[in-house]
Design a protein around this ligand. Structure first.
Ligand code: PLP
Length: 400
């Protein structure tokens, strides 16, 4: 029986497919607010100065290109745990955390999914409604059953906390709850510290397992401030897994730099759990790529470079929040009657704009503006230059 003959093509990726269409579009004033990459005030995605400096140092050192261990570089793991918990946190000092370097946040999620499937194959994974479209794909591909919990109150553009907690309160013990550590993709709506406490209370009381996707550390309120969710969840005795991505906050998209950190009740449990993570990784990509992790380690372990990097992250965050403010102002200036102020309250690279699939189609066909069908916009794709065109177009399709 042939493998490929007469096959129908798989549907294109909902987000990356849009960028392909954008690149083919020949209209001059086209705007791409679909794909999740940071862009500066000129619409470029430059390499951070700290990354360039780290690369210069690495070139001089010319480290060996031999394989890394399955779980990656040891000094990288130390840096990741410092970013997540702080160097002196009890979790770190007690050895309750163990970190594997992974090719991006996606591979961290897949390694987490494979490990859950290996240890508890009948466990369900609960994901927020809505969420990053790759979440259900990753967990389903790993053989796990995926269910959804309510997250977004679309009428009021805020967290649907009560509905979320009501669902979590009914879950059987051991079920996995996937949470966005901050800068929720696609909504831009995060729990407040008090809401995190309520979520953590239910997770703890119901013996649920929190799995945190942390792809935007530093893009919300600050590098340290953005750990409030993780630190609230990882209270004494609570097990967890955290999937870090350094694609956005180090601008290392194509280098594939991420990490899976597990938190266990004690050091022996953490070590045993990591041995299972490593078995999953070995059967998947064997061991992670070295270059990006060496860049991150170089920056995190040098005090001056680290300070400079923190400033670079702050600059990206401030630009995005500045564009949020200007978007709301410009929508009012072009005469929109809608209240767009929620855009300013949302955090991270994305906002759920409230644009309907019909609005999105019209923006693309009539104005060469590319937005994901669910109305998610990449705020980092906005610039001073494209904002007037963008806002006039959005007003024209929404004020019909
Ligand atoms: C919520 C979320 N998780 C994970 C990822 C994956 O990041 P990476 O490119 O590092 O695999 C992304 C990237 O867009 C994301 O938005």
């Amino acid at each position: 029986m042939p493998m490929f003959k007469d096959l129908q093509p798989a549907p294109p990726d909902s987000i990356l497919g849009l960028t392909e269409a954008f690149l083919k579009d020949t209209r001059q004033e086209k705007i791409n607010l679909s794909v999740g990459i940071y862009q500066d005030a000129r619409g470029a995605t430059p390499t951070l100065a700290t990354v360039q400096e780290a690369e210069r140092r690495l070139l001089e050192k010319a480290p060996s290109k031999s394989y890394l261990p399955i779980s990656g570089l040891g000094e990288y793991a130390v840096g990741v745990q410092g970013l997540l918990f702080g160097d002196e946190h009890e979790i770190v000092l007690a050895g309750r955390a163990s970190t594997a370097q992974t090719p991006g946040g996606t591979a961290a999620l897949r390694a987490a999914a494979d490990t859950i499937n290996r240890l508890h194959p009948t466990t369900k994974v609960w994901i927020s409604q809505p969420t990053w479209p790759n979440h259900p794909s990753i967990f389903t591909a790993a053989g796990l059953k995926v269910e959804i919990y309510p997250y977004f109150d679309a009428d009021n553009n805020r967290l649907a906390l009560e509905a979320m907690l009501n669902t979590l309160e009914k879950l059987p013990p051991g079920n996995v709850v996937l949470l966005h550590g901050g800068c929720h993709n696609p909504t831009g709506v995060d729990p407040t510290p008090e809401q995190w406490r309520q979520i953590a209370d239910v997770i703890h009381a119901r013996n649920l397992f929190p799995l945190v996707d942390f792809a935007y550390q530093g893009f919300g309120e600050g590098i340290r401030e953005d750990t409030v969710g993780i630190l609230t969840l990882c209270r004494l005795g609570q097990e967890a897994m955290i999937c870090s991505s350094f694609s956005k906050n180090f601008g290392l998209y194509g280098e594939r730099v991420g990490a899976l950190t597990l938190v266990a009740a004690d050091r022996p449990s953490a070590e045993a759990a990591m041995s299972h993570v490593k078995a999953c990784i070995r059967a998947n990509y064997s061991n992670p790529p070295a270059h990006g992790a060496r860049i991150v380690s170089t920056i995190l372990s040098d005090e001056a470079l680290r300070r400079q990097w923190e400033q670079e992250v702050a600059d990206m965050r401030d630009r995005i929040n500045g564009m949020r403010r200007k978007f709301v102002e410009t929508m009012a200036q072009v005469g929109s009657q809608r209240d767009w102020s929620f855009i300013e309250r949302q955090r991270g690279m994305f906002s759920f704009s409230g644009l309907t699939p019909v609005d999105v189609d019209q923006l693309r066909s009539e104005h060469a503006i590319y937005i994901v069908g669910n109305g998610r916009i990449n705020v980092a794709g906005m610039t001073e230059a494209n904002l007037p065109t963008l806002c006039r177009a959005i007003a024209s399709v929404t004020e019909k």
